[in-house]
Write a protein that binds this ligand. Structure first.
Ligand code: NAP
Length: 259
């Protein structure tokens, strides 16, 4: 299926690895010109080179922290008028509510709520003027089903989801959609890092925790960045203009709900 977005320009945030990279690869395969970012220069450059080689697509790599104003400025300078925006960044750390300081909360809200809002604010009005735009916010399944140790994430990501809910209805009148893509467990560095920490705390092997977690997923496996990217690319396609304000859970059936 041709997604009808060849030649469009996209900003994909936090895209040197994991889910962001999956989105970048899927969009590049459709002939979308990319501006991607991450904080670690060599990993980002290597990812850009690999995707360029695989797809022949123009890719600009911007080394920056997207959760800072300077980082977002650099990203927008490289791609001032994107047709597609994929919002993504690292997630807040786990912990216990009683130990979180107000600064922890401010940092989580800044990184996972304010930062994507700032990029949406800077890009959506141009998209609306031009009559095409697709915005996907990578949040988390925790928006629908809170995760015990991730209260900073539950809060900041639900805040972002609520903040764009009305806007996504208004912007759709100009063929600009905003949707959330909510990952459950995907086999990325982040997931493996969390598993390693749990295994170390319990004094057991990485494999035992990894396998145990996998068993709890109805699909019987973790998701892949490739399939996450494919869904993001469809939400960014020419065919998806009638899907807006939705929050699509991708979790192998983990969120147990009839509807
Ligand atoms: P990952 O494999 O660790 O990749 C994270 C990517 O984001 C890397 O390219 C990293 O590069 C970049 N990055 C992180 N912070 C950044 C920042 N401030 N500015 C620019 N780039 C940044 O993580 P992932 O699994 O893809 O997760 C992506 C998001 O989905 C996270 O918010 C995560 O919490 C959320 N999520 C993931 C899962 C899962 O199972 N994987 C489930 C639910 C939610 P640098 O470190 O070099 O900057």
């Amino acid at each position: 299926m041709d997604l009808g977005i060849k030649g469009r320009k996209a900003i994909v945030c936090a895209a040197s690895k994991g889910l962001g990279r999956g989105c970048a690869e899927a969009l590049a395969a459709e002939g979308v010109e990319l501006t991607i970012c991450a904080r670690t220069a060599d990993v980002l450059e290597a990812t850009a080179a690999e995707i360029r080689k695989a797809t022949g697509t123009k890719i600009t790599a911007v080394v920056c922290d997207v959760t800072t104003e300077a980082g977002r400025k650099a990203l927008l300078a490289a791609c001032p008028n994107p047709d597609i925006l994929i919002n993504n960044a690292g997630g807040p750390p786990p912990g216990d509510f009683k130990d979180f300081s107000l600064d922890d909360w401010r940092k989580a809200v800044e990184g996972n709520m304010i930062s994507p809002i700032a990029l949406i604010h800077a890009t959506i009005y141009g998209m609306m003027e031009r009559g095409f735009g697709r915005i996907v916010n990578i949040t988390s399944a925790s928006v629908k089903s809170p995760i015990g140790t991730l209260e900073l994430s539950n809060g900041a990501r639900a805040g972002l989801t609520g903040a764009v809910a009305s806007l996504s209805r208004r912007s759709a009148q100009r063929n600009v959609t905003i949707n959330g893509l909510l990952p459950g467990p995907f086999d990325t560095d982040r997931l493996r890092g969390v598993t390693s920490r749990v295994a170390a705390a319990k004094g057991v092997s990485f494999e035992s925790v990894h396998e145990e977690r996998k068993k709890g997923i109805p699909a019987g496996r973790f998701g892949t960045a490739h399939e996450f990217g494919a869904m993001a690319a469809f939400l960014c396609s020419a065919h998806a203009g009638y899907i807006t304000g939705q929050n699509v859970v991708m979790d192998g059936g983990l969120f147990n709900s009839t509807m």
